[in-house]
Design a protein around this ligand. Structure first.
Ligand SMILES: Nc1ncnc2c1ncn2[C@@H]1O[C@H](COP(=O)(O)OP(=O)(O)OP(=O)(O)O)[C@@H](O)[C@H]1O
Length: 365
C-alpha cells in the first residue's frame, strides 16, 4: 500500500456547456460540452515526483486546474490527504495543495520577498500579518530556491528563470504536501531547466513533497520522474474517447512502446536507446557501422543527420568501422565498390568522403 496523498476517482475533465445539455442527452453523452478525458483514476504518493506528459492540447493544464480545484470536474472526484476536494474550504485546500502556473504573474509592484510571503495566506489572519514563524518559513523558502540574492528586487525586474524560481519559493512558503506545476521549465534555458528540475527532485526526496509537473521536456522528464502520467491520444473508433491516461515508470513506458505511440507522427521516430525523438530522413539509403562507445554513437548521429539509416552490421559492403586508442581516432570507410577502405582521421572528412562517393556514383550512373 503506497502512502497516497492525492487520488482521483473516475475523474472526468473538460469544459461544461449548459446550452448543450439537450444535445448531449439526444446523443446519449454523459456530459454536456467538451470532455477532454474521463475515467481518470490516478494516485500520487508522498515524496513522489510525477511528470505529466502529452502532446499539445491533450489536457495537461485542464487536469492540473481540475486537481487544484480551480476548475470543476465534469464528473468523479479528487481526494487530498484522504479528504474530498469538494468538501474542503479554499483555505483548507490551500494548506494541502499549491499550484504554480507559468503565465506571467500580475504582481503589480511586489518585491520578491512580498510575493513569497503571500504563500503564507492560508495560515495568516484576514489582515495577512506574518508571525515570526511565518517569516522563518518565507526566509527558508527563499534560501532553498536560491532566490535570496534578488529577494529585495521587484518581480517585474527579474528574468523568466528567476521569476519561475520565485513562484516555486512561494509554493514552498505555502508549505503544502502536494505541489502542482504547469510547465515550470517553459521559457527557460537549459541550465535553468535543469536547475528547476533538480530543485523539484530535491524537494520530493528530502522534504517528502509530492510533486506533479507538466512538461514538454521529454528528456528531463525521463531522467527525473519517479513516474510519468502520459496523456496519450487514441483513435476515437478504438474506444470512443480521445485521450487515454497511462501511468508508469519512464523506462516501462519506453520499453513497451507507449511513450513512442503517444507522440507518433510521420517524419520523426523514437530512438529507444537514447529515449529521444529523431527527425526521420533516411533518403540516402543504408550504411553499416562497426564499433562501440562514444565515437560510434556520434558517428551514427552524424550519418543519420546527413540522411542515412545506420545499422550495426559488419557484413554490409558499404560501412564504417570506428576505433579509438588513447585519444587517437580512426574511421575506415568501405564504399561498397573498391575492397580497400579509406583511412580517415576526423569526422568532417568521413562525411565529405561519403557525400563525394555518393555524388560520383550518381555521375557514373
Ligand atoms: N475554455 C475552454 N473551453 C473549451 N475547450 C477548451 C478550453 N480551454 C482549453 N480547451 C480545450 O481543451 C483541450 C485541452 O487543453 P489543455 O490546455 O488542457 O491542453 P494541454 O495539454 O495543456 O496543451 P498544451 O501542451 O498546448 O499546453 C484542448 O483541446 C483545448 O482546445
Amino acid at each position: 500500500m503506497k502512502n497516497e496523498v492525492l487520488l482521483t476517482h473516475d475523474l472526468a475533465i473538460g469544459y461544461q456547456n449548459r446550452r448543450l445539455v439537450k444535445e448531449a442527452e439526444k446523443h446519449g453523452r454523459k456530459y454536456p460540452g467538451k470532455v477532454v478525458a474521463d475515467n481518470l483514476s490516478l494516485d500520487l504518493a508522498k515524496g513522489e515526483l510525477v511528470c505529466l506528459l502529452g502532446p499539445n492540447g491533450s489536457g495537461k493544464s485542464t487536469l492540473m486546474r481540475t486537481i487544484a480545484g480551480v476548475q470543476k470536474p465534469l464528473g468523479g472526484h479528487v481526494t487530498l490527504d484522504g479528504r474530498s476536494l469538494e468538501r474542503l474550504s479554499t483555505k483548507e485546500t490551500a494548506r494541502l495543495l499549491s499550484l504554480v502556473l507559468t503565465d506571467r504573474v500580475m504582481t503589480g509592484n511586489l518585491s520578491v520577498y512580498a510575493l513569497v510571503a503571500l504563500g503564507r495566506y492560508p495560515y495568516t489572519g484576514w489582515m495577512g500579518k506574518l508571525s515570526k514563524d511565518d517569516e522563518t518559513v518565507v526566509r527558508e523558502a527563499i534560501a532553498i530556491t536560491g532566490t535570496r540574492r534578488f529577494a529585495c528586487r521587484h518581480i517585474s525586474d527579474l528574468s523568466d528563470g528567476e521569476r519561475q524560481k520565485v513562484m516555486i519559493a512561494r509554493a514552498l512558503a505555502q508549505d503544502t504536501p502536494v505541489i502542482l506545476l504547469d510547465e515550470p521549465t517553459a521559457h527557460l534555458d537549459l541550465p535553468n531547466r535543469i536547475e528547476v528540475v533538480r530543485l523539484l527532485k530535491q524537494l520530493a526526496r528530502e522534504r517528502g513533497k509530492s510533486i506533479v509537473m507538466s512538461t514538454h521536456e521529454l528528456d528531463l522528464a525521463l531522467q527525473a520522474a519517479d513516474r510519468i502520467w502520459l496523456m496519450s491520444p487514441v483513435q476515437a473508433e478504438e474506444s470512443g474517447k480521445n485521450i487515454e491516461m497511462i501511468s508508469g515508470m519512464p523506462e516501462e513506458l519506453i520499453l513497451d512502446g507507449r511513450l513512442e505511440k503517444a507522440f507518433k507522427r510521420n517524419g520523426f521516430e523514437f530512438d529507444r536507446e537514447s529515449g529521444s525523438f529523431r527527425i526521420n530522413q533516411h533518403h540516402e539509403g543504408c550504411i553499416g557501422l562497426v564499433g562501440e562507445g562514444t565515437l560510434a554513437y556520434w558517428t551514427k548521429r552524424a550519418l543519420e543527420r546527413i540522411g542515412y539509416k545506420v545499422v550495426i552490421d559488419a557484413s554490409l559492403p558499404c560501412r564504417i568501422e570506428v576505433s579509438e586508442d588513447r585519444g587517437n581516432r580512426w574511421w575506415r570507410y568501405y564504399n561498397g565498390k573498391s575492397g580497400e577502405p579509406f583511412e580517415i582521421q576526423d569526422i568532417g572528412s568521413v562525411i565529405s568522403c561519403i557525400k563525394k562517393n555518393k555524388t560520383d556514383s550518381e555521375i557514373v550512373a
